[in-house]
Design a protein around this ligand. Structure first.
Ligand SMILES: NC(=O)c1ccc[n+]([C@@H]2O[C@H](COP(=O)([O-])OP(=O)(O)OC[C@H]3O[C@@H](n4cnc5c(N)ncnc54)[C@H](OP(=O)(O)O)[C@@H]3O)[C@@H](O)[C@H]2O)c1
Length: 264
């Protein structure tokens, strides 16, 4: 098989993509010739993102709040209307409120579970229906976090809820594999987006330091000696979201500069 992504003309949905990791992934698919729908919850930010991506290729924006069931239904329906089907789903999402475990109330857990457990499972179900009806297989890539392997104290709800993605990926890979739908996950470490700035600012507030001091301390923990870029993460998404990974399904791939210490 030639070492190309084969994504020219592929129909791709990237959620939570007005900026950051999702935006970087969408741009990478467009550069490979895919036709792309990007989503976010804020129409002006999404319009701006579509405007930046439009010179590269065919891109459409669909505003939808990933926490809302009817909006998820509409997101899939509008994606099909724009692209005529779906070959690759890339699931990125927003972040729950940060905080250590003892700061989290019942409502925080409920909101985090809705965002990080229910929403990806429901969207996967809807995307799978579309892919099954096409009978041409498909690919799903779910973004989660290294925090599911090694919990990060100040994002307690993420540590707990994002682990559901690992169960979702393995469950779907087993159930949908016979229909040639491959399902994989990615565990980003620290990728240079607004979210990382927020995490560093939050850590600085808690410890009475500065974001710069927190960044220096963080980088010292990363064996590759730096925070990753959205472009570097996007290459892993392209691999799992294309036929370059044709015999990979049910995998959880860290893209983390080797910050994870644990084995397995
Ligand atoms: N950056 C990292 O190092 C890192 C590492 C591990 C995990 N993560 C996680 O990966 C995800 C993406 O991270 P990022 O760094 O790209 O964050 P980011 O720069 O803050 O971008 C978040 C994106 O999510 C969208 N969004 C937020 N809430 C949404 C909702 N309810 N419905 C639809 N879209 C929504 C935002 O768009 P609108 O505001 O326009 O809706 C935005 O496009 C986050 O869940 C983050 O916690 C990030």
């Amino acid at each position: 098989m030639p070492l190309t992504s084969g994504l020219s003309g592929a129909r791709v949905l990237v959620t939570a993509a007005s900026q950051g990791i999702g935006f970087g992934a969408a741009r990478a698919f467009l550069e490979e010739g895919a036709r792309v729908v990007i989503n976010s919850s804020n129409s002006s930010r999404l319009d701006a993102a579509v405007g930046r991506l439009a010179p590269i290729g065919e891109v459409h924006g669909v505003v939808a709040n990933l926490k809302d069931r009817t909006e998820l239904d509409r997101l899939l329906a509008e994606t099909r209307a724009h692209l005529g089907g779906l070959d690759t789903l890339v699931y990125v999402t927003g972040s729950p409120r940060p905080g250590v475990f003892m700061e989290q109330e019942y409502e925080d857990w409920a909101r985090a579970a809705e965002l990080l457990v229910v929403s990806p499972a429901y969207l996967a179900r809807r995307a799978a229906e579309t892919m099954l009806a096409q009978r041409t297989g498909g690919r799903m890539v779910f973004l989660t976090s290294v925090a599911i392997r090694e919990p990060i104290p100040t994002i307690a709800t993420s540590n707990v809820c994002r682990i559901a993605i690992a169960g979702l990926v393995r469950t779907l890979a087993r159930e949908l594999g016979p229909k040639r739908i491959r399902v994989n996950g990615i565990l980003p470490g620290y990728i240079a987006t607004d979210r990382v700035h927020e995490v560093l600012a939050d850590a600085a507030r808690r410890k009475g330091t500065t974001p710069e001091a927190e960044r220096t301390a963080l980088v010292q923990q990363i064996p590759l000696g730096r925070i990753g870029t959205p472009e570097e993460l996007a290459r892993a998404v392209l691999f799992l979201g294309s036929e370059l990974s044709s015999y990979v399904s049910g995998a959880m791939l860290p893209v983390d500069g080797a910050i994870l210490r644990s084995v397995g």
